[in-house]
Design a binder for this molecule. Structure first.
Ligand code: GRF
Length: 217
């Protein structure tokens, strides 16, 4: 197998998607290793969990920098020091500048808790219920300067139930997030997919195809 890509996960909070990626990357045939977890919040619960899992961790506290670019330049130095190839945003709650995104063009993934391009932004589960959609889900996409846009690598869907609250819906979507993100990272890190315009092609012929996963009941 060719060299495993070195992945950094960027978090701001609890890091449950981070956990799923760390767990998946333990498989000997996984084409990437989680080499680093970085948080912009030193107190993030995910950071302690990553450390306990034996992963290198770093905190780059955005509050001590004069502006976004100063923060990002520090972050970039940390990433370069660890020879990172690919970034996974996982609940990373900072807007990134076009400069930083340009450094990681087609090398930075994000997971969003909705079926993009529907429900960009925050409070996706509340908004999905308010709009009365019958199918909701999550999306892994490449990051571009426009928030919650960028070529879609994979999506997973759940049905919306009459009894759903934002919390129950969030919990079912999160379950799918934990399956989807490792699969999407595998696709990208193995070189199985390519970006053509706004589309990610090749997933269908990959060992683990992009998923549409209806939940039962
Ligand atoms: C997830 O719902 C993810 O889709 C969104 O932020 C949340 C992060 O949760 N971007 P966790 O920190 O991975 O548990």
């Amino acid at each position: 197998m060719s060299r495993r890509l070195r992945v950094a996960i960027l978090i701001s909070g609890r890091g449950s998607n981070m956990d799923a990626l760390i767990e998946a990357a333990r498989a000997p045939d996984f084409p990437a290793e989680i080499a680093l977890v970085v948080s912009n919040r030193p107190e993030a619960a995910g950071l302690a969990k990553a450390k306990a899992a034996g992963i290198a961790v770093a905190a780059v506290d955005h509050k001590i920098y004069a502006g976004r670019e100063e923060f990002e330049r520090s972050l970039q130095i940390v990433l370069e020091t660890h020879a990172i190839d690919l970034l996974c945003l996982a609940g990373f709650m900072r807007l990134l500048t076009p400069w930083f995104i340009g450094q990681w063009r087609e090398r930075m993934l994000n997971i969003h808790p909705a079926l993009l391009p529907a429900f960009r932004g925050l409070h996706t589960h509340e908004r999905a219920l308010a709009e009365g959609v019958k199918i909701h889900g999550c999306t892994v996409h490449f990051v571009v300067p426009e928030m919650d846009e960028g070529p879609i690598v994979a999506q997973a869907a759940v049905d919306v139930r009459d009894s759903d609250t934002p919390q129950t819906l969030a919990a079912r979507v999160l379950e799918q997030e934990h399956l989807l993100y490792p699969r999407a990272l595998r696709l990208v890190a193995s070189g199985a997919v390519s970006v053509v315009g706004n589309r990610v092609l090749g997933a269908a012929s990959a060992p683990e195809p992009a998923l549409i996963v209806p939940s039962s009941g």
